[in-house]
Write a protein that binds this ligand. Structure first.
Ligand SMILES: [Fe+2]
Length: 236
């Protein structure tokens, strides 16, 4: 199983602070049976003015630090890098964003605004596919629910080729689990992630979420998640 969303790289954003913390988090993931983890640090073009190239230089340095620290560790999940790209106006015109797709794929993880989306914002995201030749994956879609009128947008976006990622926390939540399972059974969710930031309040939790899905969701659902993984992120 692959964890598609994590802030596991040390010292690059508000995620893990040191390689030691990263390794502890990776160890927890491995114990849950997670085989691959996408490292998706935040990319905030609009607040920081950072270019994708500058971001990549920082990401490469953090990745190198972690790989060096992992040298003597055994049986940790395989890491592949991406980015959690915060929505910004004009993003569909920034060619270099292509460089922030999950490595070896056309998938770009996009964090949408935490507000009711305007027509312009929706248009911008829907045009990413055509203009940048990427497949947008919306990060932790459950976090937008309270801002939109209903959930119809999920299916409208999916009709336009956009894929959806849900966080494990929503699947495990006392008040959200039922809603999560309904969306999962409706094939609304394509990828799962822990959005791991640390070892305390935002720790690895994909394992328990998968156990919940296996218990509560329709039989073919886990197979569908695995099929999507293999289709979009083939093992190298
Ligand atoms: Fe995140």
């Amino acid at each position: 199983m692959t964890d598609f969303h994590s802030h596991i790289l040390p010292g690059i954003d508000d995620g893990c602070k040191t390689p030691e913390e990263s390794i502890k988090a990776l160890r927890m993931m491995a114990d849950y049976g997670v085989e691959r983890v996408a490292a998706t640090p935040h990319f905030y073009a609009s607040h920081s003015g950072e270019t994708p190239e500058e971001f990549l230089a920082r990401r490469n340095a953090a990745e190198e630090l972690l790989r060096e620290a992992m040298k003597d560790e055994k049986d940790l999940p395989e890491i592949f890098c991406g980015a959690e790209v915060k929505y910004f106006r004009g993003m569909s015109g920034v060619e270099d964003l292509r460089k922030l797709t999950y490595q070896g794929t056309d998938l770009l993880l996009v964090e949408m605004p935490f507000s009711k989306w305007s027509e312009k914002e929706i248009e911008e995201v829907l045009s990413l596919n055509e203009k940048l030749d990427v497949i947008p994956v919306l990060a932790h879609i459950e976090r937008y629910f309270s801002y939109q009128k209903n959930l119809d947008w999920i299916y409208e976006f999916k009709d336009e080729g956009i894929l959806m990622q849900m966080n494990a926390e929503y699947i495990l939540g006392t008040f959200s689990s039922r809603k999560a399972m309904k969306l999962i059974n409706n094939h609304a969710i394509d990828f799962l992630g822990s959005d791991t930031h640390n070892l305390t309040d935002r720790k690895p939790n994909l394992g328990p979420a998968i156990a919940r899905i296996e218990k509560k969701a329709d039989d073919e659902i886990m197979e569908r998640f695995l099929r999507y993984e293999e289709t979009y992120v083939p093992r190298g």
